[in-house]
Design a protein around this ligand. Structure first.
Ligand code: MTE
Ligand code: MO
Length: 250
């Protein structure tokens, strides 16, 4: 860490007080989109401190195959969506992942196409805010590969993920730092098999450095944007008042 970063970090964490820390963070552009409201200064401190400490691409811990958990609990009911049920009945042959927004070449990606791309895999800990965790092997492609195919335009700041159960779950979003991170995957495989339907088939997001609720299942669309525009829904499936910070780093 260079001297100015160290100074910033000292200012952020050195008992300057939450509001003063939020002001320092804002000066350096380290403000998360849920920085407003009574939880805002706390959320800003968490995000800014994390981003300064974990220089760009620090990696989440990886485990060995023998450490994979026996079972991964399922969180969330399957999408109550006719479109999803039809795609599922056809084993997702007609599923296309839309990638659009601030991109040069909007994409409609099939599962077959994703499977032709270079394989990325990881054995990492999935942690749910409800108090359980499990070590899982995820297989798929990096989100970065899809972003490169689409060609992200200058000014992009966030990637928003729309699932087939967005009416119930809402949407989730991450910043470009996590979007380009090598452990951020579009996963179509789990523990050496096809991703089971209840775990988000055909493709789910895997964000290794954040809590489980950021790893959106049943992906339908990926939207690149320069602003979350104060649209409450796009800040996460539940607001920080309920314990779901937009930045859920672990
Ligand atoms: N689309 C969608 N994604 C989701 C959820 C959901 O209900 N719908 N639940 C989230 C939560 S809270 C967790 S902990 C993980 C659970 O993943 P799993 O069911 O594969 O264990 O998925 C996350 N992604
Ligand atoms: Mo969760």
């Amino acid at each position: 860490m260079n001297a100015s970063r160290r100074k910033m970090l000292a200012g952020l964490t050195g008992g300057a007080g939450l509001v003063a820390a939020a002001r320092i963070a804002s000066k350096y552009g380290l403000v998360p989109p849920d920085s407003g409201g009574i939880y805002g200064p706390g959320e800003t401190l968490t995000y800014a401190t994390q981003r300064l400490l974990t220089a760009h691409h620090s990696m989440a811990r990886e485990f060995s195959r023998s450490e994979i958990s026996k079972a991964l609990p399922v969180n969330g009911p399957p999408p109550a969506s006719d479109i999803y049920e039809r795609l599922q009945a056809g084993r997702f042959a007609d599923w296309r992942l839309r990638v659009d927004g601030l991109v040069e070449r909007p994409q409609l990606l099939s599962l077959a196409e994703l499977k032709r791309w270079p394989l990325a895999s990881q054995i990492t800990m999935h942690t749910c805010e409800e108090g359980w965790s499990a070590i899982v092997e995820w297989t798929g492609v990096t989100l970065g590969q899809a972003l490169r195919a689409a060609g992200v335009k200058a000014g992009a700041k966030y990637v928003v993920f729309f699932p087939f159960d967005s009416d119930a779950f809402g949407v989730e979003s991450i910043d470009m730092d996590d979007a380009w991170h090598p452990q951020t995957l579009l996963a179509y495989g789990m523990n050496g098999r096809e991703l089971p339907d209840e775990h988000g088939a055909p493709v789910r997001l895997r964000v290794a450095r954040q809590m489980g609720y950021k790893s959106v299942k049943y992906l339908a669309r990926i939207w690149v944007t320069d602003s979350l525009g104060g649209v409450r829904k796009e800040l996460g499936h539940k607001p920080p008042e309920f314990g779901y910070a937009w930045y859920a780093g672990i």
